[in-house]
Design a binder for this molecule. Structure first.
Ligand code: MTE
Length: 327
C-alpha cells in the first residue's frame, strides 16, 4: 500500500537511515578525536546540514520580547540539548518526510499570520498572531520532548500556558476538545504537494489536557523567537505525549463537542492514536519504546512513563483506563 512506505514514524529502513548516519558519523568522530574542528563543521555542513550556515529566514515575530524570564518550576533531570541539534534535526512533514527540512522551512512567511478561533467558544475571532503573543505573559520553561521514533531532546521553550489562552477565548460548557490546525501553503511547503497526506496537519487535545498546567503554547526556543523549522510563530508543546501531538505553526483553534480526527490517526490510527501518552511498557507496533536516544550524543536512556511527568498528569486519565492511552 502506498501509504505504508510514507508513514511518519514508519522508520525502519529508508526513513530511519538519516538518523543512523548521524550517529555512526558521531561515533566515527569520537574515534577520530584529533580531527580539527573546521573539518568536523564543514563535513557536517556539506553532508547533513547540522548547524550549517543559516540561510536568511523570515522576519521573526515579536523578537523584542526575548529572552523571557525562566519559570523555575519547570526543571530538567538532564542537560539541555545543543541548540544546533534541536533546530536542524526536525520533523515537519509539510517540508519533507525527512529530518533535514530546516533550510526549506525558512521559506515559511510569518507576517502576516492570521490565527482563527472558532467553534464552541464564547469569543470566536481572528487575531494577528503577534497581537496575541503581546497580550499574554511569556515565560521560559525547560521541558523534555520525546518523539515516537525514540529520539529525544531537552529544550528551553518560551511561550504561555495553554490555560491562559483558554481564559482569553472562553470555550463554552459544551466544548470537550480543542482541534488545532496547521497552515496550508503547498506553494511554499513541498510536502503539502504530496496528496497522499491528509493536509493540513491537525492535532487535538481534550479540554482537560489543554487546561493542564504543563500544556504550553510555544512562541520561542533558546531565548529567541521560534525558528520556522520548530513551528513558528506558534506551536503546541505537551511534554508528556509523543512529539507528533505538538502541532507546529498553528493557524486555527476550533472548540468541539466531538473528538476531532487528527492527521496521523487518519494516516495510521492503529499506530498514532489520539492519546499518544509516552509509556515505555507499550511498544509501538513495530519497535520498542523502552529507551530513547538523546540528540547530540550517544546517550540511550530509559523512557519514563508520561515522559517523566506522571506525577503531574496521570490523574488526567483516571476513569479512562479502557482507552488506548499510550498509542
Ligand atoms: N507539526 C506539523 N505541523 N507538522 C509536522 O510534521 N511533526 C511532529 C510535531 N509537530 C510535525 C508537527 C513531530 S512527529 C514531532 S517529533 C515534533 O513536531 C518535532 O518537533 P521539533 O522538530 O521541534 O523537534
Amino acid at each position: 500500500m502506498f501509504v505504508r512506505s510514507r508513514r511518519g514514524w514508519e522508520l525502519p529502513e529508508r526513513l530511519a537511515a538519516p538518523e543512523e548516519v548521524y550517529w555512526s558519523r558521531r561515533r566515527l568522530l569520537r574515534t577520530a578525536g584529533a580531527a580539527p574542528l573546521f573539518f568536523f563543521d564543514s563535513w557536517l555542513r556539506g553532508t547533513e546540514d547540522v548547524g550549517g550556515g543559516s540561510p536568511s529566514g523570515p522576519t521573526p515575530v515579536a523578537a523584542d520580547l526575548y529572552p523571557a524570564p525562566r519559570n523555575p518550576r519547570y526543571t530538567l533531570d538532564r542537560p539541555l540539548t545543543d541548540e544546533r541539534w534541536a533546530t536542524t534535526y526536525n520533523n515537519f512533514y509539510e517540508f519533507g518526510a525527512h529530518k533535514r527540512i530546516w533550510k526549506d522551512a525558512q521559506a515559511l512567511p510569518l507576517k502576516p499570520w492570521r490565527l482563527r478561533v472558532d467553534g464552541l467558544v464564547e469569543r470566536p475571532r481572528e487575531w494577528e498572531v503577534e497581537d496575541l503573543i503581546r497580550r499574554l505573559p511569556l515565560e521560559e520553561r525547560l521541558y523534555r520532548h520525546r518523539c515516537v521514533e525514540a529520539w529525544a531532546i531537552a529544550v528551553p521553550w518560551t511561550g504561555f500556558p495553554f490555560r491562559a489562552f483558554l481564559d482569553l477565548v472562553q470555550p463554552l460548557a459544551a466544548a470537550r476538545y480543542v482541534r488545532m490546525e496547521s497552515f496550508l501553503l503547498p506553494e511554499v511547503a513541498a510536502g503539502q504537494r504530496q496528496s497522499w497526506y491528509p493536509w493540513p496537519y491537525v492535532e487535538a487535545l481534550t479540554l482537560e489536557e489543554a487546561a493542564h498546567e504543563l500544556a504550553f503554547l510555544a512562541t520561542g526556543l533558546y531565548g529567541k523567537p521560534l525558528p520556522p523549522q520548530n513551528g513558528a510563530p506558534l506551536r503546541l508543546v505537551v511534554p508528556w505525549k509523543y512529539g507528533f501531538k505538538s502541532v507546529k505553526s498553528i493557524v486555527r483553534f476550533t472548540f468541539t463537542a466531538e473528538r476531532p480526527k487528527t492527521f496521523w490517526s487518519t494516516v495510521a490510527g492503529h499506530e498514532y492514536g489520539f492519546w499518544a501518552n509516552v509509556n515505555p511498557e507499550v511498544p509501538h507496533p513495530r519497535w520498542s519504546q523502552r529507551f530513547e536516544r538523546m540528540l547530540g550524543g550517544d546517550d540511550r536512556v530509559p523512557t519514563q512513563l508520561f515522559n517523566g511527568y506522571a506525577a503531574s498528569v496521570a490523574e488526567l486519565y483516571r476513569g479512562l483506563e479502557d482507552e488506548p492511552l499510550f498509542m
